[in-house]
Design a binder for this molecule. Structure first.
Ligand code: ADP
Ligand code: MG
Length: 259
């Protein structure tokens, strides 16, 4: 283990229970209730794929997990903290333990790949400049981009940008990673390299929730698949079960269109 990793070792969560426990989550935008009572538990090291039609509330659910969206009603326990009501330092602390990767990479264009990755640990004074640089280089190596440390986003391909975005999310040593259609904006030939990074992360034991349209990937990498429609969890099952023998008509209908 390197020094920078030692710097980053966190105490194991002492809070009881699972890393993600969602109970009775409701979310409305004005009069439009888009999550209508979600219950979801994700256990330590589990990889959960969330699938479902466009507009079913998948992104909103994910965004409620680190409170990019305010929760209208219900409990969202993340590593033991109810993020729906957490305030100030408690909210910041739990957010730092959850990494998120979006469809669009949102890298800072004026910064190099390395600077993008080192930014948060430096701003939060979690690492010295030298250690943040070292850590960023380790992460770039991990996503196969050690030679792109000094490249700016404009000179990177979509797949490379997304891998930098994943490395950036990992820079805070999160215990949970959330992916919202991380490959949907990519040209087809770049999907594989990003899925490989996500696959490696899953194999490393990271607790993850992935919203994805890649059904083959969900089947391969997920421990459990959650099918959502109309703001509800319609069906949850092991990948083989949900893809080969979905129980609910709504799931059957969706899968018949996408598989
Ligand atoms: P999905 O990710 O499954 O496609 P979303 O969570 O993005 O679905 O959206 C679910 C519903 O919530 C949609 O009807 C969408 O228009 C609505 N919605 C999402 N974000 C907002 C927002 N910020 N303001 C108003 N409505 C929103
Ligand atoms: Mg979405």
């Amino acid at each position: 283990m390197t020094n920078s990793e030692q710097t980053y070792t966190r105490p194991v969560a002492t809070a009881p229970g699972d890393p993600i426990e969602v109970r009775g989550l409701h979310k409305s935008f004005g009069k439009n209730e888009v999550l209508t009572g979600i219950d979801l538990t994700v256990t330590n090291g589990e990889v959960v794929a969330v699938i479902g039609p466009s507009g079913s509330g998948k992104s909103t659910l994910l965004r409620c997990l680190n409170r990019l969206e305010e929760v209208t009603r219900g409990e969202v326990l993340i590593l033991g903290e109810n993020i729906a009501t957490a305030k100030g330092k408690n909210l910041d602390r739990v957010r730092q333990r959850v990494g998120m990767v979006f469809q669009h990479f949102n890298l800072f264009p004026h910064m190099t790949a390395l600077e993008n990755i080192a930014l948060a640990p430096l701003e939060l004074r979690m690492l010295s400049k030298a250690d943040a640089r070292k850590r960023a280089l380790e992460l770039l190596t991990r996503v196969g981009l050690a030679d792109k440390a000094d490249a700016r986003p404009a000179s990177l391909s979509g797949g490379q940008k997304q891998r930098v975005a994943i490395a950036r999310a990992l820079a805070m040593s999160p215990e949970i990673m959330l992916f919202d259609e991380a490959t949907s904006a990519l040209d087809p030939e770049m999907v594989g390299e990003v899925l490989q990074v996500i696959r490696d992360l899953a194999a490393s034991g990271m607790t993850m929730v992935l919203v994805t349209h890649e059904m083959g990937f969900a089947r391969e990498v997920a421990d459990r698949v959650v099918f959502m429609a109309d703001g509800k969890v319609v069906e949850t099952a092991m990948p083989a079960e949900i893809f080969d023998a979905p129980k609910e008509a709504r799931t059957q209908d969706f899968l018949s269109k996408v598989l």
